[in-house]
Ligand binder design. Structure first.
Ligand SMILES: [Zn+2]
Length: 265
């Protein structure tokens, strides 16, 4: 091989090395950048929010949500009355909102209980701001229709309006759109499930027990509360007695009240 050919061969070889070398350098820089970003993230951890709880951080450090809610199937939102879970948790929903007694929020705060509040718009329109205190204390506002209508008696379109209009309004009022709905009186049909899904609801939420008239009433048996049960209560004059009945049942079963939305991963 002549000298000149050798030289040009080397040049050619060197040229071939330039591109991989540049790529290698870029790669190193990217790793450095990723490391830096991870470091920054660790220094400033962002609140963990999930789709169901909205922008607020409601995460539970000591408990592990272990349930995936069934998806909307054939256009129908799933119906849930308890959540299969291995954790010792129970969930509380408080309905309606017609009675607004300031001691109720103080009581929930004192007992460290957060609940899903299924409010009917016509019941709260005289003072919607009243419920902002509950949100500040970690509870969430969910959908219980506009007029507290018995949905199974209404055609689909009216059901849809009852559910969607309440959700739209709560989004406006409270900055978070409900993701769960509870049919007033527990009356629903397939149109309700379809309307709920069409309004963006992830589930129609029923209950397995209720705190009512100062005592617990169980839907299916009298063996007390079990992990994952959803309990119904109302904003009523006997709120204090109902809450106490619920807390006694919770304690007797060795359970802890968690926010239902936290479990819906
Ligand atoms: Zn109701």
């Amino acid at each position: 091989m002549s000298k000149s050919k050798k030289k040009s061969g080397r040049k050619y070889h060197a040229k071939r090395l330039v591109k991989p070398a540049l790529l290698f350098l870029m790669w190193i820089q990217l790793i450095g950048l990723a490391g830096f970003l991870m470091f920054v993230q660790q220094q400033n951890p962002q609140p963990v929010a999930n789709f169901y709880t909205g922008p607020t951080n409601h995460s539970v450090p000591s408990l592990k949500p272990d349930y995936n809610i069934p998806p909307v199937t054939n256009g129908l939102a799933p119906v849930v009355s308890n959540i299969p879970t291995n954790e010792k948790v129970v969930f509380l929903g408080i309905d309606d909102g017609a009675y607004k007694q300031p001691f109720e929020l103080k009581l929930l705060r004192a007992k460290h209980i957060k609940a899903s509040l299924f409010l009917a718009d016509s019941f709260i329109e005289d003072n919607p701001d009243y419920f902002k205190g509950y949100i500040a204390a970690g509870s969430l506002i969910e959908d219980h229709t506009v007029d507290h209508a018995y949905l199974d008696e209404l055609p689909y379109e009216q059901q849809r309006q009852e559910i969607c209009n309440a959700a739209d309004r709560y989004q406006q009022l409270y900055g978070r759109r409900p993701v769960l709905m509870r049919p007033p009186g527990g009356f629903y049909n397939e149109d309700t499930q379809r309307a709920a899904a069409d309004c963006g609801m992830k589930a129609v939420v029923m209950w397995i027990a209720k705190a009512n008239g100062g005592s617990m009433q169980y839907q299916y048996d009298n063996t007390g509360l079990h992990p994952g049960d959803i309990v119904l209560m109302h904003f009523r004059p006997e709120f204090k007695q109902d809450l106490q009945a619920f807390i006694d049942a919770q304690n007797a079963a060795g359970l802890h009240t968690e926010l239902l939305e936290n479990w819906l991963q």
